[in-house]
Design a protein around this ligand. Structure first.
Ligand code: HEC
Ligand code: HEC
Length: 345
């Protein structure tokens, strides 16, 4: 009985030590992992509050969320955005869903790092219009809600603001749409019209040449720049003069958003290659039914017109009109409407 008791005790102590070791080890690992996840979540939460805060604009009226509206897949319903003091820009605000997947930013691809992009609207004269990054930091320091949050995350600086906004944007993801479900094997996810639209999209209408359907989760873009002729007349015959004007500018972002004709130069402003004149980035078509109006300058009001225009330009680039019946256009539209999904935030 005694022996058994001692044995039992020793075994239970060993078990206890073992269990403790496992618990501590496991706990340490979990704590490490969740501290990083926690940290990311805190940066993103702070970024989310900055994103929605109009007090970070010159007139106290405009936040990131004024132009990137959640209910429209974080795009703007106005053709071109209106910033602080009612100033209008030159470009249509794109959706920010899945923005973390992009390698070039803005319609002309003039930036390649999201951490740089997110700070620019704050001081762009037609967006939030603050005088300088110093003014931004002063405003944040004088708002205890933000100042405390930055202090807890290691201090307030322009880099920290960029980190918070970027962390927030990386959480904006588009959810699974009917096409995704179809693609992963659910043959009922698209109805007959939508399936016919998909066949046109990848076949006769060759939309998929640029709005690419990658295997797995399709992104509906090739991440490249194309010359489609949207509002070409804005720069026709004036390119040499415009390039000369562009050469005299220091702040590219401010120039592009305030001077429509320079904005019309497209990807050229980033590369200075003649082939990139008036070329614009292929936009993703995920959630496209929620992001009207369309094109880099918001010049196309409805999805119907956008499709008509794209069909028309397909014809021009192929050297013969692409003939699509009314029925086929309807099917193509039905397919595009199947690309909307609730956001995965
Ligand atoms: C006044 C309207 C307006 C405000 C305010 C605004 N944006 Fe934008 N945003 C735009 C427009 C217009 C573009 C496209 C500009 C271009 O392509 O030249 C854009 C582009 C972007 C892009 C690039 C997206 C892409 O697909 O390349 C990001 C990222 C972005 N904005 C984030 C923000 C953040 C973060 C804020 C707040 C700090 C903000 N925006 C405030 C209008 C606005
Ligand atoms: C040669 C490449 C290319 C092909 C082919 C192409 N597109 Fe596009 N698409 C683009 C580019 C680039 C833009 C942006 C143009 C601009 O803003 O100036 C665009 C814009 C769009 C838009 C507006 C999206 C938005 O967010 O503003 C829609 C809708 C669209 N395309 C649908 C189609 C359809 C449907 C087809 C097939 C009939 C098609 N595209 C074929 C490159 C292409």
């Amino acid at each position: 009985m005694r022996v058994h008791h001692r044995f039992f005790r020793r075994r239970s102590i060993l078990t206890l030590v073992g269990a403790l070791a496992i618990a501590l080890g496991g706990c340490g690992r979990d704590a490490g992992r969740s501290a990083t996840a926690d940290d990311d979540a805190r940066w993103a939460a702070l970024g989310g509050r900055l994103f929605a805060d109009p007090s970070l604009s010159a007139d106290g009226q405009v936040s990131c969320a004024s132009c990137h509206r959640a209910e429209h897949a974080f795009s703007d319903t106005r053709a071109v955005s209106i910033g602080t003091g009612g100033k209008t820009g030159t470009r249509n605000a794109p959706s920010l869903l899945d923005v973390g997947e992009l390698s070039h930013f803005f319609w002309d691809g003039r930036e390649s790092r999201l951490e740089i992009v997110v700070l620019q609207p704050l001081t762009n004269p037609v967006e939030m219009g603050l005088a300088s990054t110093e003014e931004l930091l002063r405003r944040l320091a004088s708002e205890p809600r933000h100042a405390d949050a930055f202090a807890e995350l290691g201090g307030l600086s322009a880099d920290a603001v960029a980190r918070a906004l970027t962390a927030h944007l990386r959480t904006l993801r588009s959810g699974e749409n009917a096409y995704d479900r179809f693609q992963s094997g659910d043959r009922t996810a698209l109805d007959t019209d939508q399936q016919a639209g998909l066949a046109l999209f990848t076949g006769k209408a060759s939309c998929g040449d640029c709005h690419q359907l990658q295997p797995g989760r399709a992104r509906f873009t090739d991440d490249r720049f194309h010359h489609l002729g949207v509002n070409d007349s804005a720069i026709a015959g004036r390119v040499a003069g415009l390039i000369q004007r562009l050469d005299g500018k220091r702040d590219l972002g401010a120039t592009v958003l305030t001077e429509a004709d320079i904005a019309g130069l497209g990807h050229f402003v980033a590369t200075r290659k003649p082939a990139d004149l008036a070329a614009f980035r292929t936009p993703s078509l995920r959630n496209v039914a929620r992001t009207a109006p369309y094109m880099h300058d918001g010049s196309v009001a409805t999805l119907e017109e956008a499709v008509d225009q794209e069909v028309y330009y397909r014809g021009i680039s192929k050297g013969r009109p692409l003939s699509m019946t009314v029925e086929e256009r309807r099917q193509l539209l039905a397919f595009l409407r199947a690309l909307s999904a609730p956001d995965r935030l």
